[in-house]
Design a protein around this ligand. Sequence first.
Ligand SMILES: Cc1cc2nc3c(=O)[nH]c(=O)nc-3n(C[C@H](O)[C@H](O)[C@H](O)COP(=O)(O)O)c2cc1C
Length: 182
Amino acid sequence: MSNRPARPLVLVSAASRHGATLEIAQAVGDELRRRGLAVEVVPAESVGALDRYDAVVLGSAVYFGHWLEPALGLVKSQAAWLAEHPVWLFSSGPLGPPDHLLPEDDPADVAALIEQTGALAHRVFAGKLDRSQLKLREKAIVSALHAPEGDFRDWSAVTAFATEIAEQQQRPDLDSNQGPTP
Ligand SMILES: Cc1cc2nc3c(=O)[nH]c(=O)nc-3n(C[C@H](O)[C@H](O)[C@H](O)COP(=O)(O)O)c2cc1C
C-alpha cells in the first residue's frame, strides 16, 4: 500500500535573496491548490528528500545572469530524481515595464538546467527591485546599471503558468518528464 496522498503532491520551490521570487513560488502554489493539487511551497535551501513528491516546480531569482546557489545546488544534488519526474522551471529578474524588460536574455544557466532536469517548460517572470532592501554593494551596482526600481511582477503571467502546470500534471498520460505518450 502506498502512503502517498490520493492527490499528486507538488513541490514548489524557489531561491530568493530578497523575497520577491519566493512570493512568485507562493502564487504558483496557491493556483495549483485552487486547481485541486496538493502543494508544498519550500525555499530551495530548505528542501530535503524529494521522494514524497510527484512533481517539482523550481525557480530562482537571477543575479548577474545566474540562478542562485540553493536552486542550482538542488538541481545538482537531485539530478537523477528530477530527470525522472515532471519538472517546470522559472526564473525571475528582468526589471522594467512589460515592453522594455532588462535584461532580455535568458539566464546563463537555463539551457543546462533544462537539459539536466528534462523540464517541461521554463518561464521568465519580471522581478521586483526595492532599493531599501539592498545591501550597500547591491545598491551601488543597481545605481551604476540604472536598474529601474519597482515591482514589475506580472501576477497574471504567473497564474497562467500555474494553470498550464496543473493541466499538464493532471493529464493521465503524463507520468514522467519524458513527455506525454503518443
Ligand atoms: C545586484 C543585482 C543584480 C541583479 N542581476 C540581475 C540579472 O543579471 N538578471 C536579471 O534578470 N535580474 C537581475 N537582478 C534583478 C533581480 O533578479 C530582481 O530584483 C528579483 O526580483 C529579485 O528577486 P528576490 O527578491 O527573490 O531576490 C539583479 C538585482 C540586483 C539587486
